[in-house]
Design a protein around this ligand. Structure first.
Ligand code: FAQ
Length: 323
């Protein structure tokens, strides 16, 4: 999505818009907004929607291999929830005047970004629990801030429901992790291995360091983001370390230590080269993920054609009844 177009806004309208943000008012679809604000929201919300949809794939990989009916049911429900979140956020994006087909094309062509985390493989059943615990846990930290503070009304309201569901996901993930952590030595080794592989990519989900975050200043000024990437990352680490300790799992970071003065868990250096490689398309599963979405889109062609034919038939009947 292009962000570079020159934009000159009416200074009086811009001042009134910024005053509304300062008063904590919600901006609604028909309200005046700077073009740059609209574009930033389309960028962020469409990336978010794509993340929910692509995010179905790593865990979806395990639905047929869940170890019990109970685990299968909760995983099915979770993956279905993520589809709902994606559709919900695409609807939110449409309130900004952007066509969903265009956004989907950008995803299918490989042009659109989505969360880096979903380009990692799910190698064992333990990965499913750890994704619920870490990835949904990270999503909750990020999205609760949006649900409470985001200045764009439709996005903020969407996040309220999404966060409630993500909370269920996190609980089912942590419960599964706790069961494995108390299981046989092989189960404990499996879940520790999953923690080792998912920890650092989860920290990367929060985006680059604040000093490298090109969008944060604008998003924070306009009340979309309340907290910076590093602030939210720190909050996630502080919340998660005691949980790992409670179930006897080790976080793969030798530099981790509690700083009593700040109350923060200090952590080691993130591998930003890995992050940018994944964001630019060179992660372990980027090609596989986009190929799976393309295949799903092609497989769904008959459904779209049938729905269109049905709508046309209904419209035709309506027209002949009205005549
Ligand atoms: N992956 O300037 P910033 C979930 C890009 S949903 C890929 O700091 P910003 C649910 C960024 O787009 C997870 N790209 O960007 C679930 C920008 O590039 P651009 C998704 C990333 O917007 C759970 C450039 O780097 N959540 O997990 C990433 O201020 C389990 C510079 O970055 C959301 O989308 C990344 N991790 O901050 C589903 C929440 N980070 O566009 C299934 C809403 C950054 O200028 C299973 N979004 N980039 O070309 C946000 O809060 C923000 O957009 C951030 C990024 C924090 C993601």
């Amino acid at each position: 999505m292009t962000q570079q177009a020159p934009m000159t806004e009416d200074p009086a309208l811009l001042a009134e818009f910024e005053a509304r943000i300062a008063r904590g008012e919600s901006i609604e679809p028909k309200d005046w907004m700077p073009e740059r604000y609209r574009r930033q929201l389309v960028r962020m919300m469409s990336q978010h929607a794509h993340s929910e949809i692509v995010g179905m794939l790593p865990e979806g990989n395990w639905i047929t291999r869940a170890p019990s009916l109970r685990r299968k049911l909760s995983l099915l429900a979770k993956v279905q929830d993520e589809a709902g979140h994606g559709l919900y956020i695409y609807c939110g994006t449409e309130t900004l005047g952007v066509d969903r087909q265009q956004l989907l094309q950008e995803l299918l062509s490989g042009k659109a970004k989505y969360a880096s985390i979903f380009n990692y493989p799910t190698l064992t059943w333990a990965d499913v629990g750890v994704i619920g615990w870490f990835v949904d846990g990270a999503a909750i930290v990020n999205q609760t801030a949006l649900a409470k503070h985001c200045s764009y009304g439709p996005y903020k309201r969407a996040m309220v429901r999404v966060c409630k569901e993500e909370n269920f996901h996190k609980k089912q993930g942590f419960e599964s992790v706790a069961a494995l952590a108390q299981g046989t030595p092989a189960q404990r080794a499996m879940v520790q291995d999953a923690v080792d592989r998912w920890w650092w990519p989860t920290l990367m989900m929060f985006g680059p360091h604040d000093s490298e975050s090109s969008n944060s200043e604008e998003l924070m000024r306009w009340g979309v983001k309340k907290y910076s990437n590093d602030e939210l990352r720190q909050r996630f680490v502080n919340l998660t370390i005691p949980q790992a300790q409670a179930v006897g799992l080790t976080i793969p970071d030798p530099a981790l230590r509690f700083d009593a003065e700040s109350g923060n868990w200090q952590f080691g250096a993130i591998d930003w080269d890995e992050f940018w490689a994944v964001v630019k398309g060179d992660g372990p599963c980027n090609r596989e993920r986009v190929a799976a979405r393309r295949q799903a889109h092609e497989d769904g062609e008959w459904v779209r054609a049938a729905a269109t034919a049905h709508a046309e038939k209904k419209a035709g009947r309506g027209a002949s009844r009205a005549a």
